[in-house]
Design a protein around this ligand. Structure first.
Ligand code: IPE
Ligand code: IPE
Ligand code: MG
Length: 257
């Protein structure tokens, strides 16, 4: 049994070497529910509690950015009742949690193609983004109807249009420019990716942005991914030797430029 006080950053972590941006693939809600004899949606409800606490944990421990995969472009292929439940859950959570998140200094963003979402949900999202735009403690991004291939394709199409209109020379297209057309423009790449539930794949998540990210996979199902599990992930992250193609350890900050 550990005796950590998880309201603060655990003392065996180096607070100066925490990831500046953590990305999570919240997987295993359905299996969690089934194992308890509940319908799958009960797992999504519990998973939402886990996510709320993880945002708060990032604030408490000093991690300035968190991006969570909530709904993929492929998730539309699930049964209609489950898709509907998730969309209603997102909207309810936004309405219920916005004031508290704002108070705690959370800036909310959404990445993905939001246009097919119900208009009431889109309105809540727009409102939440605007209401929290000034906050600086934690940047919390939620990927909804997100697919990395669609994101990159969309960026390429926008750049191609500019070239076609003569506003841009093909030689001027570089990595920095492409990044500006991604949904994540202006956000540093994740330092750490966590996927729960034992699956070892990316499922079309942040393919560009994860180029040099450290990956951490855990068998813990998302609804059980508590602060102790997050502590484990961060501990393993700090054991990694990030070389970025060089021969010695590099801190992400020293790579600027
Ligand atoms: C992740 O849990 C949540 C979403 C994809 C919305 P799952 O619903 O994928 O749970 P499993 O993988 O079926 O257990
Ligand atoms: C990835 O989980 C998407 C989200 C967590 C939102 P899935 O459960 O949809 O991924 P696959 O289908 O197992 O690859
Ligand atoms: Mg899954």
């Amino acid at each position: 049994m550990n005796t950590f006080d998880y309201t603060i950053c655990p003392p065996d972590l180096d607070p100066t070497r925490l990831p500046r941006h953590v990305a999570v693939i919240m997987d295993g809600n359905g299996r969690w529910a089934r194992r308890q004899g509940f319908p799958r949606i009960a797992g999504h409800r519990q998973g939402a509690h886990t996510l709320k606490d993880l945002v708060r944990c990032c604030k408490d421990w000093g991690i300035p950015a968190l991006t969570a995969y909530a709904f993929s472009t492929e998730n539309w292929h699930r049964p209609l009742e489950e898709v509907d439940f998730l969309l209603v859950l997102f909207e309810r959570l936004l309405r219920q949690e916005l004031a508290a998140m704002d108070r705690e200094g959370v800036r909310l963003s959404f990445i993905g193609d939001l246009s097919p979402l119900p208009s009431s949900l889109q309105q809540e999202m727009t409102h939440a983004v605007q209401a929290t735009a000034h906050n600086q403690v934690v940047h919390f991004s939620v990927a909804v109807n997100y697919g990395s291939r669609a994101e990159i394709t969309h960026a390429c199409r926008q750049i191609a249009q500019q070239v076609q209109q003569g506003q841009l020379r093909p030689e001027a297209v570089d990595e920095q420019m492409l990044e500006q057309y991604l949904y994540t423009a202006g956000t540093p790449d994740p330092d750490l990716l966590i996927r729960s539930s034992g699956e070892l794949r990316l499922s079309n998540y942040l393919l560009w942005q994860l180029a040099y990210t450290e990956f951490y996979f855990t068998d813990v199902l998302w609804p059980d991914f508590d602060r102790a599990a997050f502590h484990q992930a961060l501990w393993h992250y700090q054991e990694r030797d990030r070389r970025f193609g060089t021969l010695k350890h590099q801190e992400p900050e020293s790579r600027a430029g």
